[in-house]
Design a protein around this ligand. Structure first.
Ligand code: PLP
Length: 467
C-alpha cells in the first residue's frame, strides 16, 4: 500500500489546495448548473465496506467524493428545479458557513464565542426590521437559532406548555391540554406534541376549504367544545406558507381567538416569513406581530444551506425561564450565554452565513431576489391559466408556489415523471384533498422569465406527447 497519512505528516496537507479544489467544484455548480442532471441517484453507489483504518491523501478523498456526487445528486443549483422549497444556496451564505466552521466559535456561550454571540444578536435584530416585527419585550434578545423549523416549533410549543402550566417543568403535564392548527400545518407540529408528551390526539386539526383557507367557525366551535369538556386550550398555531400550497392563514383572527381563550399564539412561518420583506405580501400577514412566537427557516427563501432555523418570541424572558440550566462544570460569570435560552448547548454558528448574505446583498438586494422569484412565478401562473391543457389551483396564496392539474385528469404522475427523467424540470407530485397536483415551488433566485417560458413550452410538449 502506498499512501500518505495526511494527519501523521502535517506538511503533506495543503489547506489552500484542498479549499481551492472544493471552490472550483462548487463554482462549476454555480456557473453551469445545467451540465448535470436534475436528479441522479444510482442505488448501486459503492459504499466502502472496510473501515478506513489507514488514512488517504486529501486529493484522493475529494476525487472519491466528487465522483459520488456526480452520480448521486439532487441538483438544487438548476433553475429547472422546483422541488419542495430547497433553494440553490447563496454563495455568500456558503462562504459564511465555511468561515464559521473554520473559526469554531459557538454562539451558545459568551466566552466560547463572544463575536459569534454578538453577530447572532445583530442578525436577530435585522430579522425584526426586515420583516416588520416589533422589538421584543424586556431585555432579552427575544430569539434563538436552531437546526431548523422542526426544532423551532418544538421549542415554541414547549414555551406554550410552560405558559399554560407553570408546574409542567418540574412535574410534567397534569391537565388535559389541546392545541389547534389547520389540516395543512406541517408534520413537525405532530412530532412536537408527541415529543412534549401532550399526545397527538390532543392536536386538533381544523378543516380547510378548496382554496386552503382554515374554517374559523369550526376552530372556535372546537375550542368551545373542549373547554366545556374540561380541556384547556394550550396553543393556536397559524401557518404562513402551508407546506402543500403555501397559504398564508388568517393570523389576525387566530390571534384574537388565542386572546379570547387565553392561550399561546404561535405562527409557523418557516417558509413564508422571508416574504414579509416585501410590503405587498407583508399585508397578508397582518396579525403576525401579535404572535407569542414565530418559527422561521432561513434555509428556505433566505437561500441558506439546509439546517438553520430560528424562533422569534415576543417575551424573551420566557425562553430563559423555559430553557435555563447549569452545572458545576460551567462557572457562572453572569455573561450572556445563549444556551440558557435555547434547547441547544453548543451549536453551529449558522448566523454568520446569514450575516454575510444580508450584509452583502443589503435588504434591497435581498428583496430583489425575492421579487424576481415572485415575477417568474406570476408569469408561469398566467401562462398556465391561459392554457386549456391545464387547470390552475386557485389557492389563496401569494407566495411563489404553483399547483396545477392536467385537464385530462390522471396523467399528473406521468407528467412529473417525464419532466424529471428528461431533465425538463423538477416539479413534485402533490396529493392534496385526495387529488393529484403538480407542484412547482419557485425558490431559485437565478431563474429568469426566458427560462420560465422555455420550461412552460417543454411541459406543453410533454403533455401533447401523452395525449
Ligand atoms: C420547512 C417547514 C418546517 C420544518 O422545517 P425543517 O427545517 O425541515 O425542520 C416546518 N414548518 C413549515 C411551515 C415548513 O415550511
Amino acid at each position: 500500500m502506498h499512501h500518505v497519512s495526511i494527519t501523521a505528516n502535517k506538511t503533506e496537507f495543503d489547506f489552500v489546495d484542498a479549499i481551492t479544489r472544493i471552490s472550483v467544484f462548487l463554482d462549476s455548480l454555480y456557473k453551469n448548473p445545467d451540465d448535470i442532471p436534475l436528479v441522479a441517484s444510482k442505488h448501486d453507489l459503492v459504499v466502502q465496506s472496510c473501515p478506513p483504518e489507514v488514512g488517504r491523501p486529501t486529493d484522493y478523498l475529494l476525487n472519491e467524493l466528487f465522483q459520488k456526487f456526480e452520480h448521486n445528486f439532487c441538483n438544487v443549483f438548476s433553475s429547472s428545479y422546483f422541488g419542495y422549497i430547497s433553494p440553490r444556496p447563496h454563495p455568500l451564505g456558503v462562504i459564511g458557513d465555511f468561515l464559521a466552521a473554520g473559526v469554531n466559535q459557538t454562539p451558545g456561550a459568551w466566552r466560547a464565542g463572544p463575536a459569534a454571540t454578538k453577530i447572532e444578536l445583530e442578525v436577530l435584530g435585522w430579522f425584526r426590521q426586515l420583516f416588520g416585527l416589533p422589538t421584543p419585550d424586556g431585555d432579552f434578545p427575544g430569539g434563538i437559532f436552531t437546526g431548523g423549523g422542526t426544532i423551532a416549533n418544538l421549542i415554541a410549543l414547549k414555551l406554550a406548555r410552560d405558559a399554560a402550566d407553570s408546574d409542567a417543568q418540574d412535574h410534567g403535564i397534569t391537565k388535559k391540554y389541546r392545541i389547534y392548527c389547520s389540516q395543512d400545518s406541517h408534520f413537525s407540529i405532530d412530532k412536537s406534541v408527541d415529543f412534549l408528551g401532550i399526545g397527538k390526539r390532543n392536536l386538533v386539526k381544523i378543516a380547510v376549504d378548496s382554496r386552503g383557507v382554515i374554517n374559523l367557525d369550526e376552530l372556535k366551535a372546537a375550542i368551545e367544545l373542549d373547554v366545556q369538556n374540561g380541556c384547556q386550550p394550550m396553543a393556536i398555531i397559524g401557518t404562513v406558507g402551508t407546506t402543500a400550497i403555501a397559504v398564508i392563514e388568517p393570523l389576525e383572527e387566530m390571534a384574537s381567538l388565542a386572546k379570547e381563550f387565553q392561550c399561546w399564539f404561535h405562527v409557523d412561518a418557516a417558509a413564508g416569513l422571508s416574504y414579509a420583506a416585501c410590503d405587498e405580501i407583508r399585508k397578508s400577514m397582518k396579525g403576525i406581530e401579535l404572535a407569542d412566537s414565530i418559527t422561521f427557516d432561513p434555509c428556505k427563501w433566505m437561500f441558506m444551506s439546509f439546517g438553520v432555523g430560528c424562533l422569534l418570541v415576543k417575551d424573551g424572558k420566557k425562553l430563559f425561564d423555559s430553557c435555563s440550566a447549569g452545572g458545576g462544570y460551567w462557572e457562572n460569570k453572569e455573561e450572556l450565554d445563549l444556551f440558557q435560552q435555547n434547547l441547544y448547548g453548543t451549536r453551529q454558528f449558522r448566523s454568520l452565513g446569514i450575516w454575510m448574505l444580508l450584509r452583502g446583498l443589503g435588504f434591497s438586494g435581498y428583496r430583489k431576489l425575492l421579487v424576481n422569484i415572485l415575477e417568474c412565478a406570476a408569469l408561469f401562473r398566467s401562462l398556465i391559466k391561459e392554457d386549456n391543457r391545464f387547470l390552475l389551483m386557485e389557492s389563496n396564496s401569494e407566495l411563489p408556489v404553483i399547483c396545477i392539474r392536467a385537464r385530462r385528469l390522471g396523467i399528473e404522475q406521468q407528467l412529473v415523471d417525464i419532466c424529471q427523467n428528461r431533465n425538463i424540470c423538477y416539479p413534485t407530485l402533490l396529493k392534496w384533498k385526495n387529488e393529484d397536483h403538480i407542484r412547482f415551488a419557485f425558490s431559485n433566485y437565478e431563474i429568469d422569465q426566458k427560462k420560465v417560458k422555455k420550461i412552460y413550452q417543454e411541459i406543453c410538449e410533454v403533455y401533447d406527447s401523452i395525449i
